[in-house]
Write a protein that binds this ligand. Structure first.
Ligand code: GAL
Length: 415
């Protein structure tokens, strides 16, 4: 840790001595993992808007859904003393990097633009370090969604399921008809995405106890065993080619009728939209069973860079990200809803409106929870332990009881 701190300080000092390149709206290098069809379209709107202001955009995309590869690349860049100016970073990760001295604040922009007045306090808090904004949020993604091909459901005369029992019954019918019930990509973060929706279906209190408070009783008890039982059921509904598949290829399976369902956050909607598909007609979005809302907010954190041109670039980007126009345009492409609370949703589709409505209800009912799989809930080390256990379970014949026990032990190890 100390070594990292001194590298970060040295970087700031040495960069400070470089002459500024001088670009009207500044220069910004942006590290992100938005490389699928829908994601690329969405980040393209940010690049375009930045360039329109006269800025120079240096694109650093690191492919890999969920961002694990991007986070490895980030670490290497920081260790090499050369951090990118803006990095797609989330939740506790923002605090971790700020603690290590890596982040610069954009408080002057935030104050001037009154970010506190337009962001939900929960989100504002995540973006701040010691009271100052070090990151800017672009959206609210919902995790607990099912993406459904209605024509496939119609083939077996099924309705959209509301409970896991109903889901299993529809999936059995699809399987019997030779259709893959669940399109899935066997990557740890995708396994964990599915897992956490089942945890949430046991109630937001259970979700918090297990995945946020890391309560041993919740992690190893009967309810968790039940969660793993349902995950085992889902394992039986994926096709033989699931291993390693990218999430957007799983979305394509639902799109082209090869599969009935995908359980995935609403960036999947970005894929449907980028392919010209219409919600309610070509695909259906429906929450996974339960009454909660698991959220995942993408944000850009600002790493310490020097030279007027690069510092200017960060400020311009921060301001742009929080502008009402950008929050609308970006989220229309990304599948999420704006992070700002004052954006009219009249151009948004039924899935986005449902997300907003359910989010509002969840905040009121205290069932609004941060996503574990998407790095909103716990430190990376703890998340890593969760992912290992879930993936091991998914790819073996481990019993549910053993998985719950392993989860309790793994979490203890990481604490
Ligand atoms: C999430 C991220 C989303 C989406 C997804 C798949 O972690 O928040 O914006 O990109 O990964 O790559």
């Amino acid at each position: 840790m100390r070594k990292l701190k001194s590298i970060l300080t040295a970087t700031a000092v040495s960069l400070f001595m470089l002459p500024a390149a001088g670009h009207a709206g500044g220069t910004v290098e942006v590290l992100h993992w938005w490389t699928s069809g829908g994601e690329a379209k969405a980040v393209g709107t940010l690049k375009e808007a930045f360039e329109k202001q006269g800025g120079k955009w240096e694109d650093s995309p690191i492919a890999g859904g969920g961002g694990d590869a991007a986070m490895t690349a980030l670490r290497a860049r920081v260790m090499a003393g050369n951090p990118p100016a803006a990095v797609q970073l989330k939740g506790p990760g923002i605090q971790e990097w700020a603690d290590q001295g890596g982040l610069a604040d954009v408080e002057d922009v935030a104050k001037a633009e009154k970010w506190d007045d337009v962001l939900p306090p929960t989100l504002a808090e995540i973006m701040k370090y010691k009271g100052k904004y070090v990151a800017a949020p672009v959206n609210v993604h919902r995790i607990d969604w099912m993406w459904i091909n209605p024509a496939v459901l119609a083939k077996v005369g099924a309705e959209v399921p509301k409970t896991w029992d109903e889901f299993n019954a529809v999936a059995d019918k699809l399987k019997a008809a030779g259709i893959t019930p669940l399109a899935h990509g066997g990557q740890p973060w995708q396994d964990a995405t599915v897992f956490e929706t089942i945890v949430l279906s046991e109630g937001a209190d259970f979700y918090r106890k297990a995945l946020i408070e890391l309560d041993q009783e919740a992690l190893t008890g009967e309810t968790m065993v039940k969660v793993f039982d349902q995950l085992r059921k889902l394992r039986g509904y994926v096709d033989p080619g699931f291993s390693g598949r990218d999430w957007n290829l799983a979305t394509a399976m639902v799109m082209n009728g090869e599969a009935g369902f995908q359980i995935m956050g609403d960036w999947a909607k970005g894929e449907f939209l980028a392919a010209g598909k219409v919600p309610g007609k070509d695909f259906i979005c429906a929450p996974t069973p339960g009454n909660g809302f698991s959220f995942n907010t993408d944000s850009f954190a600002f790493f310490k860079v020097s030279g007027e041109d690069r510092i200017e670039g960060q400020k311009v980007l921060a301001s742009l990200i929080m502008s009402p126009e950008f929050q609308e345009t970006f989220n229309l492409a990304k599948g999420s809803i704006p992070a700002r609370t004052d954006i009219k949703l009249d151009k948004f589709d039924t899935c986005a409106l449902k997300s907003f409505e359910d989010m509002t209800a969840a905040v009121k009912n205290n069932t609004f929870v941060p996503s574990m799989a998407h790095e909103m809930a716990v430190p990376r080390t703890v998340r890593g332990e969760f992912l290992d256990v879930v993936t091991n379970f998914f790819n073996s014949d481990m019993s549910s009881a053993d998985a719950a026990k392993a989860m309790g032990e793994a979490v203890k190890r990481a604490q």
